[in-house]
Design a binder for this molecule. Sequence first.
Ligand code: URA
Length: 435
Amino acid sequence: MADPLETLLHKRDGRALSRGQIESFLGDYVAGRVPDYQASALLMAVLWRGMEPAELAHWTRAMLASGATLDLRGLDRPVVDKHSTGGVGDKASIPLAPAVAACGAAVPMISGRGLGHTGGTLDKLESIPGFSTEVPAQLFRERLERSGLVFAGQSAEIVPADRKLYALRDVTGTVESIPLIASSILSKKLAEGLDGLVLDVKWGSGAFLPEPERGAQLARTMVDLARDCGLPAVALQTNMARPLGRAIGHTLEIEESLDCLRGEGPADLRQLVCELGAEMLLLVRLVEDLEQGRRAIAAALDDGRALGVFRATVAVQGGDVGCLDGERALPSAPGRWTFEAPRDGYVGFGDLRDLGRAVIALGGGRRRLGEAIDPTVGVVLGVEEGEHVERGRPLATVHHRGPRGLGEAQALLARALELRDLPHVPAPLIRGRIP
Ligand code: URA
C-alpha cells in the first residue's frame, strides 16, 4: 500500500501521480482503509493542481476498476447513453432516455444524486413513490431487453469509487474541477459497456464551470478521454445561464418531464431532448442524419411511445405508475409563496446557483453527507428570460413546507431573478458541438 499521505503531498506539490499511487489510493479508499479526511485533501489538491492527460486516464480507469462493469454484448440493439455535467432544473435525462429507447436503442443510464447547487436524476426519480434506483448488475441485461431502459445509480457493485467520491466532493467544495468531473462521468459511462456516449456540457452561471471556455475544455477533455478508452463520444455545449424548463425541485421536475413525455411542456426542454436524442441515435447509426434523429425523437414524444417506455420502466423499478397516469397525485409540499415583480423590467437571471441554493434552503438538497432531502419543495418560474413584466406580476411560485428555510430561499430567489431596464436577447440553447 502506497502511503496515502505521501500521495496527497505529491499532488499538493503539483506533481503528477503515478498509476501505482492512484490505484493504491483509490483501492484503499473504497475498501475503507483511507479515511474521508485524506481523500478530501487529495480531492482539494486535484482541484487546485489539475491532472495531466495520462494521469487522468489512470485515475478514470482505477475508478472504473473499483467495481463491476456491465457486459451488454450481443444485445439486440445498440447501447447508448448521455450524461450532463449538471445544472439548475436539468431534468433532460428523464424524458430523453425513454424517447431514445422508444426509437430502438438500449439506454442503461447510470446517474448521480444532487451535487452542489444542482439536483440529481436519481433523487428526482426517487421522488416517484416506490421507485428504486438500486439495480443489481446482473439485472441490467434482462431489464434492457424488456423495456430498453434502466435508470440506476453508482452502487457498491458499479463504480463504488464514484459513489464515495461524488458524495464527498458534494460536501467538501471539490466539485468544480475538470479532471474530477470528467473522471466521475466517464467512469460511470465506461462501466455501462456503451456503443456511444453523448455529453451535455453546460456553460453559464448555473453550471459547475460557468465560463464557456472552461466548459469547452471540459467537453474536449471528456471526448478525448472517452475515445482513448474506445468509446465514441460527442459533446454539445448548452446554455445554463438560465434554468432548463420552468421547474426546479424533484417532484416538480418529474411533473415537467411528464409534460415533455406527453409532447407538451417548455419549448427549451423539448428542444434539448430532441437535439441530444438525435445525436444519440446518429452515434449508434439508428438514423442517417441529425434531422432524421430530431424527427424520430419528436415523434416518440408526440405519439406516446416515449411515455410508454417511461411507464414500463417505472413499473419495473417499483414506482407507483398511478402517479404518472393521473390516478394519484405525486406528493406535494403544502405551502405556496408567490414572488411578485418588485418593479417593471425585463426578466434576466443573475447567479443561477442562487436558484439552486434556494431549493436547498427549502430542504430540497444536501448540506451534509447523506442528509435526507424533501423532494416536494422547489420553485416554478412563471416568466421567460427576456420577457417584459410589470410590477406585481407573479415571477415564480415557491413550494415550501412552512417557515423552514423560506426566508433564506426568498432572499436567494430575489437575487437570482433580476429585472433589468434594457431588453436583452437570451443566449441560444446550443452553443457548439465537439468534435
Ligand atoms: N455529473 C457527474 O456524474 N459527476 C460530476 O462530477 C458532475 C456531474
